[in-house]
Ligand binder design. Structure first.
Ligand SMILES: Cc1cc2nc3c(=O)[nH]c(=O)nc-3n(C[C@H](O)[C@H](O)[C@H](O)COP(=O)(O)OP(=O)(O)OC[C@H]3O[C@@H](n4cnc5c(N)ncnc54)[C@H](O)[C@@H]3O)c2cc1C
Length: 838
């Protein structure tokens, strides 16, 4: 009995020490006191006390004295670690080490400092940025519709191209000193979001020059001469850039591109200069068919050692004018019926001078690092913004459509479920989009967070648009000017595939890179293992290893204790909205459980974890859901804690926590070591799995927010382009929604009169609701003005539910007529046209 008590007290004390991450001295002192107490009070058999004392005397100095510890423990572990550390190529290392760690580091720490997140000021728009959004962006949207670009021009109309170039759309991210607009990442995101609520073609066209490509690469790595020459031209649209990385044999695995450039002497503009003879075959290149400036990635090889002592110099990025002899562009792909310019480019043995390499000769072979470091803006801003834009369009229009379409009918619960998902998903997407842009504006290049934003926002955009399509039914399927969702439905997979296809990003990048970059010790251990100097390696590895062990013990203790106590005792900043306190506590618990599970997974599976992509994906999902949830909480605070928005926040949070719980379950159920899996489950969920799906009652509140005008609906769909054109389908829905809501009380009066037989509900064949309304008016049930309200609503609804139809040739002949542009600048759709315009 006394032994059991002693053991219990010891265990409790050790868990407490681990929980508070106590120092080695505190551990040793506690162990000494426990052994001393056992001896003094004869709590244990004397032989056992003696044995414990001997073990203590042998182990404590080893653990407490650094030189001893290194000699007897860490150096041995270091040599084993070096052997099992999976080999990493230069390109893999550059990809993993690129960028910075921000809030993801806190989420991986097991103890996120919420105050730090709450204190982060969200970026707001400057007056100039707001004006651009309200004027130039709106004007651009007014100029064109997706249906027109797709079916009439199969390109943007020339006047639209010109407007984009003349108004700086292609240079939003180019600094002002080089003639660009110098917008913040958040402003850029706002522009992309609004454009994406209207036309995917415009959005992609504007997106590419502002994402990873010549502008971004030049701004960071270009020589001063290259910057001064190209950036102002790019900003004014005098150059149209594209960036070509993807090869038919290297898509996702872009680091293995076979395109090559051989360092050699050659002739350029009548002079013999050092350069590269480049051969490439690229596909899917956005703006490629009409580009004037080709950003090209290829592998540089130096067989004659003209640059140094290496033959394989590495991936290199160059800028090549597309008028240069040997550059082939012009042919187009047709990406899911979207008509933004996209196509292949190729060239064989094309000689380019060395100063066309971005950053000049010193940057030959540094291309991969450049690309990885610049990836954050494109990946974290453009695609999340376009996904959010499409979702905003879907939510705004579908919510209104659902209400209008259900006039005189019973609401359908199944539709409500889809609407709820749309609202909850969009709330979280928009929050993550804004927070990621804010991080970039603070000078971060958060590699892992931008991967999360790209993956999850585009994935949720697909879900939102799919739900919208299910709700609008045939109206979403039949294409035509009044279909507001079909184009987004077709184009969503583009965002899923580009800049790191989602499956790959989920399986390899989020946790693969996150575990190394965001973990407080793993990267330090890896760097120590690669340190050639023995003494430095030993000291650095020892420090990282001891820190890591203490971290793992702390994560274990915190996970277990928070699981037992339902995380009720976790401290939360006093300044958060009271009704959100529990979320901070629960997320802290999940953060700790993730840190614990990540350590156990890495410790037991080692390099094999890299091949266990499904486990890695689920661990990444937990990290991602923690990030999305943090963003939602931050947004709720930043927007002023509107109580009317709470259903959206609560639904999104419950949904995320349930999904995170499922991801934990997915890891535990499939953990290769089954014994360990049982133990881990008891530690992570000691009292079972606590989270359930958001309730239907909560879902009902969310759906209601989508089907009637309110400040919450406006906040959720802020940025949606609402055209001045009365035939714009979204505008028609807005009008019909307002009219429907105004007419609903009148319809209720008519229904009541029918029920009480004040009026006869029987209608002659062919007579519409109008006859019933007239009867109600004549009987004095409703006034003439009220009758008008119903009739206006009927008419507005009829316009909304109308579906386009075409002549036998599907309108081809009419569209050819429409193609005569009022202000033609050049023949559309041709590379010649764009070059001429430039
Ligand atoms: C419309 C469009 C525009 C584009 N614009 C450009 C551009 O401007 N410039 C440019 O250089 N490229 C561009 N791309 C190319 C784009 O980046 C690639 O399509 C993308 O990298 C995926 O390559 P892939 O299509 O060859 O698919 P694959 O590499 O064949 O991948 C197919 C599937 O396998 C998955 N997968 C692949 N490897 C793994 C792995 N190791 N683990 C788990 N899953 C994996 C992927 O996630 C994907 O789901 C564009 C593509 C499209 C469609």
């Amino acid at each position: 009995m006394t032994i059991a008590l002693w053991l219990l007290v010891s265990l409790a004390l050790f868990i407490a020490l681990a929980y508070v991450n106590a120092s080695g001295i505190a551990w040793a002192a506690t162990a000494a006191v426990l052994i001393g107490a056992a001896w003094a009070a004869s709590l244990l058999p004397p032989w056992l006390t003696l044995a414990l004392a001997v073990v203590f005397v042998l182990i404590a100095p080893v653990l407490l004295v650094p030189s001893l510890r290194r000699k007897l423990v860490s150096d041995g572990v270091l040599s084993v670690f070096r052997k099992i550390l999976p080999p990493m190529s230069q390109t893999e290392r550059e990809a993993i080490e690129a960028g910075t760690v921000w809030w993801d580091g806190e989420l991986f720490s097991g103890k996120p400092d919420w105050q730090k997140l709450l204190a982060t000021p969200m970026t707001t728009l400057t007056a100039e940025e707001q004006s651009f959004l309200d004027h130039e962006v709106v004007e651009l949207c007014e100029m064109v519709t997706d249906f027109e670009t797709t079916n009439v021009y199969r390109d943007l109309p020339p006047r639209v191209w010109q407007y984009i170039k003349d108004n700086g759309f292609l240079g939003m991210s180019i600094p002002k000193e080089y003639g660009g607009l110098g917008f913040s990442a958040y402003a850029h995101s706002q522009v992309m979001t609004r454009l994406s609520t209207h036309s995917g073609t415009i959005a992609v066209t504007v997106m590419v020059p502002n994402s990873l490509g010549p502008g971004e690469l030049l701004a960071h790595y270009g020589t001063e001469e290259q910057k001064r020459h190209y950036l102002p031209r790019l900003a004014r649209g005098l150059e149209l850039p594209c960036f070509a990385l993807t090869n038919p044999t290297a898509g996702s695995d872009a680091a293995s591109i076979p395109d090559y450039g051989i360092v050699c002497w050659g002739e350029h503009e009548g002079k013999r200069v050092l350069g590269l003879r480049v051969t490439w075959d690229k596909r899917y290149i956005t703006l490629g068919p009409v580009a004037t400036l080709l950003g090209l990635a290829f592998r540089a090889s130096d067989p004659d050692r003209l640059l140094g002592d290496k033959e394989d110099v590495g991936i290199t990025c160059a800028l090549i004018p597309t008028t240069h002899p040997g550059v082939e562009i012009g042919r187009r792909h047709m990406p899911l019926n979207a008509v933004f310019q996209n196509g292949p480019t190729w060239g064989r043995d094309v000689f380019i001078p060395m100063d066309w390499v971005i950053g000049g000769q010193p940057m030959v072979g540094r291309g991969w690092r450049m690309l990885m470091e610049c990836l954050a803006a494109g990946r974290g801003i453009s695609l999340p913004s376009s996904g959010t834009g499409m979702a905003k369009l879907a939510v705004r229009a579908t919510g209104g459509y659902a209400r209008v379409r259900n006039q005189f009918k019973t609401p359908i619960e199944g539709i409500e479920e889809a609407l709820t998902r749309m609202g909850g998903n969009l709330y979280m997407m928009d929050a993550a989009r804004a927070l990621t842009a804010t991080a970039v504006d603070q000078g971060e290049k958060p590699a892992v967070l931008t991967a999360i934003a790209k993956l999850h926002i585009t994935e949720r955009a697909r879900q939102v648009v799919n739900d919208g399509m299910d709700i609008v039914g045939g109206k979403g399927i039949c294409m035509g000017p009044s279909n507001f969702l079909g184009a987004a439905y077709m184009q969503v997979p583009v965002a899923i595939t580009v800049e790191g296809a989602n499956i790959l990003t989920r399986s390899l990048i989020v946790f693969g890179q996150g575990a190394i970059r965001c973990h407080p010790y793993v990267l330090k251990e890896m760097q120590a293992a690669r340190e050639p100097d023995r003494a430095r390696a030993s000291a650095a590895f020892d420090a990282a290893l001891t820190g890591h062990l203490r971290f793992a013990l702390t994560s274990f203790a915190r996970t277990f204790v928070m699981g037992l106590t339902g995380s009720h005792f976790v401290r939360v900043p006093a300044n958060v909205a009271p009704r959100t306190r529990r979320y901070y506590q629960q997320l802290t618990r999940f953060s700790s459980a993730l840190a614990f599970l990540a350590d156990v997974s890495m410790g037991t599976l080692g390099g094999a974890l890299k091949r266990k992509e499904k486990l890695s994906a689920r661990l990444g999902d937990i990290l991602s859901l923690l990030y999305l949830s943090s963003a939602a909480l931050k947004q709720f605070e930043a927007q002023g804690r509107h109580s009317a928005d709470e259903p959206l926040l609560h639904w999104a949070m419950w949904d995320a926590m349930f999904k995170a719980q499922n991801a934990f379950e997915g890891v535990l159920s499939n953990f290769p070591n089954r014994f360990l899996a049982v133990v881990l489950r008891r530690i992570v969920f000691p009292l079972g799995r606590p989270y359930v799906v958001p309730s239907d009652a909560l879902g009902h509140q969310v759906a209601k927010l989508l089907i009637e005008p309110s400040a919450t609906r406006d906040r959720l769909t802020a940025g949606v382009f609402l055209s001045r054109s009365p035939v714009n389908p979204v505008v028609q829905i807005e009008r019909a929604l307002a009219a429907t809501i105004a007419s609903e009380p009148v319809e209720a009066k008519i229904r009541a009169a029918l029920k009480h037989r004040q009026i006869d509900g029987r209608l002659a064949p062919g007579a519409g609701v109008e006859a019933l309304v007239a009867r109600a008016r004549d009987a004095g049930v409703i006034t003439a003005a009220e009758a008008d309200l119903v009739l206006v609503a009927r008419e507005a609804t009829a316009a909304v539910i109308r579906v386009d139809d075409f002549a036998q040739d599907l309108g081809a002949s009419e569209m050819n007529v429409a193609r005569v542009d009022p202000t033609p600048l050049a023949a559309p759709s041709s590379q010649v046209a764009h070059k001429a315009a430039a």
